[in-house]
Design a protein around this ligand. Structure first.
Ligand code: ISL
Ligand code: CA
Length: 558
């Protein structure tokens, strides 16, 4: 117990401010809107809020292209409102973790404006510039958002690297001056009293020496830069330097978004001696239903099989236990809605399956993250069409895969987008069944999911059997029972393709977590002692070996 850190017992609620609550009727969520709902987050029981980027940005990638790290985007409010929000959160015992996006900045950042102005600029080496090779790009790296990761700049005749959008040039971490500038900026936020950082694609900051070509899937001209760039030679050195220069200055929570990171890498990033980060967001389980050997990459709409999912999640549970720390998530602003992807958003199964998925995740070892709307079972947004999407990843994929390379047609991509697209998660929060679900009186920046007449916070709060109250109970149990934080994980029946059952083993008690992953009844016998009691379930009564559709139950026994 004594050795447990606060962030190991905590539950995080992720807020995407643009889509949370608009208070000045411009169709865009804002900081005042976040503040307005602090009591809602408190009622749910979460301990920490992770705020997606709220800094100045031309919004090529919705705030992940930052033009001033020490400012608040006027569409969200101003610094006084931020300070007020932070104080309001602290008054309620809530912590706030900020998004830190330092693999790249916006091309509108003053640093880049100076950097691109001349080869002699003292900011030139804040970014990554290379001469053309035989008249074209320095290597074959592809951008995460389609096409080449290099952009030729006429003014100085060199290419700059952008692993994401053209408007997101990569910062040059090799430059100690850049690193010092970042440490100063981070310390400025630490001094404000924020409680931690979620570090965007932090696994990509150290580029491999020599910039070798990456290997891409067959039929794709670009090398997959995720594999070529992730976990570069100096990434751990940089993070240890960050620990020393910034993170040790306060009691912070840190989570690195770690694209391209496997178990062995993660053991170092999230090592329990505290020398780097507290935990990482790994991507393996959300990449299982993709197309890794194909130029289509993530674009696909087949579900992962349960044994495959089990194998992966279990590997992380076993391997990090005692050595590092897991983050637990089904979805975020980059992933489709959990209930649509892992449960069922059919009306008759939505509530029960959202609770099942929550049970499966929240009884694992690690720090759980809940993405806004997940706690009321918000679903993918099938009513959005090509004219409605905003996300650069979706729009670029259409440009590249459909229009340029003719790899698939529009309708197929649309089907994939309805399964996987990031805008599924970004439609505004559904507060009630009124105009625009109570999100705004104006036209929302992104079309609403049209199911808010039934799926909304007001309805959830009025129904004691709602998904909301189930999450509330899961969080409460985590706070009360140390075994949920520390117990050892044991998978049962790895090959069972319908039911996901596992144990948490403590010193003097155990939990057995049983989840029917299907919409059919299943019959399963598990060995449970006489003294077993049902700790939580998404059905009112226990029918023993009969598991009803999406039934989840947890037995506790000694
Ligand atoms: O969204 C993805 C897959 O659909 C990822 O490739 C994603 O781009 C990657 O995980 C990095 O995400 C983070 O950095 C991006 C930003 O667009 C994402 O919103 C952010 O979470 C660039 O800053
Ligand atoms: Ca607003």
């Amino acid at each position: 117990e004594e050795n447990i850190k606060w962030w190991q017992k905590a539950v995080v609620y992720q807020i995407y401010p643009r889509s949370f609550q608009d208070t000045n009727n411009d169709g865009i969520g804002d900081l005042k809107g976040v503040e307005q709902h602090l009591d809602y987050v408190k009622k749910l029981g979460a301990d920490v809020i992770w705020l997606n980027p709220v800094y100045n940005s031309p919004n090529k990638d919705n705030g992940y292209d930052i033009s001033d790290y020490q400012s608040i985007n006027p569409e969200f409010g101003d610094m006084a409102q931020f300070d007020h929000l932070l104080a309001g959160a602290h008054d309620r015992g809530l912590k706030i973790v900020m998004d830190l996006v330092v693999n790249h900045s916006s091309d509108q950042h003053q640093w880049f404006i100076e950097s691109r102005s001349s080869k002699d600029s003292d900011k030139r080496d804040f970014y990554i510039w290379r001469d053309p090779v035989d008249g074209h790009e320095p290597n074959n790296w592809g951008s995460f958002f389609s096409g080449s990761a290099w952009k030729f700049d006429e003014a100085t005749g060199q290419y700059y690297l952008h692993l994401f959008a053209e408007g997101q040039p990569d910062l040059n971490w090799e430059n100690p001056k850049l690193r010092d500038t970042i440490w100063d900026m981070m310390n400025w936020w630490v001094d404000k009293g924020i409680d931690g950082f979620r570090m965007d694609v932090i696994s990509l900051i150290s580029k491999p020496d020599g910039y070798p070509d990456g290997k891409g899937p067959e039929g794709d001209v670009y090398g997959n830069s995720n594999h070529a760039v992730a976990n570069g030679p100096r990434v751990h050195q940089y993070l240890q330097e960050m620990r020393d220069k910034v993170l040790n200055n306060a009691d912070m929570m840190t989570v690195g978004e770690a694209s391209g990171v496997d178990i062995e890498n993660a053991k170092q990033y999230a090592i329990s001696d505290g020398s780097e980060l507290n935990m990482v967001f790994q991507f393996e389980h959300v990449e299982l239903d993709g197309n890794p050997n194909d130029a289509l990459g993530k674009w696909y709409d087949q579900r992962v099989s349960l044994p495959k999912l089990k194998e992966n999640l279990s590997k992380w549970q076993y391997e990090l236990d005692g050595k590092a720390w897991n983050s637990l998530y089904w979805n975020n602003h980059d992933q489709p809605r959990a209930v649509s992807r892992y449960g069922s958003d059919k009306p008759e199964f939505r509530v029960v399956s959202a609770k099942m998925a929550a049970t499966l995740l929240h009884f694992m070892q690690g720090t759980p993250y809940i993405y806004q709307g997940e706690e009321i079972g918000m679903t993918n947004a099938y009513n959005l069409g090509w004219d409605d999407f905003n996300d650069i990843e979706i729009l670029n994929a259409r440009e590249y895969l459909v229009n340029k390379e003719h790899l698939i047609d529009d309708d197929t991509l649309l089907r994939y987008v309805h399964y996987k697209g990031r805008d599924n998660a970004r439609t505004p929060m559904q507060w009630n069944d009124g105009k625009n679900a109570g999100f705004t009186d104006a036209t929302p920046w992104l079309k609403m999911n049209n199911n808010f007449d039934t799926i909304n916070v007001e309805a959830a709060l009025a129904d004691e059997d709602s998904v909301f109250y189930y999450y509330q109970k899961l969080i409460q149990l985590r706070h009360e029972l140390p075994i949920i934080t520390t117990g050892h994980y044991e998978l049962l029946d790895p090959e069972d393709a319908e039911v996901y059952a596992y144990k948490r083993v403590g010193d003097d008690e155990e939990l057995l977590v049983i989840n029917n992953f299907t919409e059919n009844e299943q019959i399963r016998e598990y060995d449970v002692p006489e003294n077993a009691e049902v700790l939580i379930s998404n059905y009112k009564d226990d029918q023993g070996s009969t598991l009803r559709p999406f039934e989840a139950k947890v037995y506790r026994y000694t």
